[in-house]
Each structure stands twice: as C-alpha cells, then as structure tokens.
Design a protein. Structure first.
Length: 165
C-alpha cells in the first residue's frame, strides 16, 4: 500500500475556516494571524495540510465550532428530535403492554412496573437534554468548564493524565 495523500474537499476547508474564524472571534488569534491562516486553509490541497493550522487552538479548534450559534441551534433541534423519538417509543410500548395486560385478563396491572422505569427514562432524558443545552453541549466529565468538577482530588488526577485538556 502506498502513502497517497487525500485531497481536501471544499466542505473540509470550510470547516477548518470556521474553526479559524472562531479562534479569531474568541481573541485567540490576531486579525493578521487569522487572515494568514484563512488564506492557508483555502490554499490547502490535501487533508494533512489542514490540522496544523488549528493545532494550537483548544481541542484543535473544534470547541469553537461547537460554540457557534448554528451549532447550538442544531444541537437543540437534535435533542428535541431524540427526545420526541424516545417518548414515542415509550408511548408505543405502553400501548402494547397495556394491550397485552388486557388480553391476558390479569387482575394486577403488571405493566405498571416496566412503565414506571420507561417513563422515568424519558424524564431523565429530558433533564439531561436541558442540562446539556444549558452547558453548551459539554458533558459533566469535561470538568474544565464547570466550577464544582475542577476542584478536589479528582482534578489533580485529570490534569496529571491530560484528561481535562
């Protein structure tokens, strides 16, 4: 197998350009440095030429992409869609279990037990979605963004192993 370089697509170049723009907006790159990198991004022919242009930005520039208004809106829409799908599945399963109970003629409403846990899962999903939306889509184990997770003995271990970066 030969080491052939893969050409970068317009979409890939545009994604890296957005990362550089986000770095400029955050003040991590000066205007001159940002314009120079944007020129290099649009001049790049191969994929391996793109990552070095954002390597010195947090998370390789990907954090800036997550914090754009478009990405936040897409995150919220995806979360709503997943929650509706989850609730629809639980409702369908509730109807199915209730139908089975009715057909069985049992006196005890046994579907209450699994339905309790299924409904609880929908509420947990909704709560998680709200939490993630409020915190920019960053899960709690990425403690560098939240005060209570970056203190204590676990912070030292995460910094020592590079987990918080």
């Amino acid at each position: 197998m030969t080491d052939e370089r893969v050409r970068a697509s317009d979409a890939e170049r545009e994604q890296y350009a957005n990362m550089v723009r986000a770095g400029m907006t955050e003040g991590r790159l000066t205007l001159e440095e940002g314009e120079e990198r944007l020129g290099q991004v649009y001049a790049a022919k191969y994929r391996d030429e793109l990552p070095p242009l954002t390597a010195d930005l947090p998370e390789g520039g990907r954090r800036g992409l997550r914090e754009t208004p478009e990405a936040k809106q897409e995150f919220l829409q995806d979360g709503r869609r997943h929650l509706r799908r989850h609730a629809g599945f639980v409702f369908t399963l509730a109807v199915l279990l209730t139908g089975l109970w009715w057909l069985s003629g049992a006196h005890f409403f046994w579907p209450a037990i699994p339905l309790f846990f299924l409904v609880l899962s929908v509420f947990k999903h909704a709560r998680w979605r709200r939490w993630m939306a409020a915190n920019g889509g960053v899960p709690p184990w990425h403690g560098h963004r939240h005060g209570r997770w970056d203190r204590g003995p676990w912070a030292a271990a995460s910094d020592r192993h590079g987990w918080s970066r």
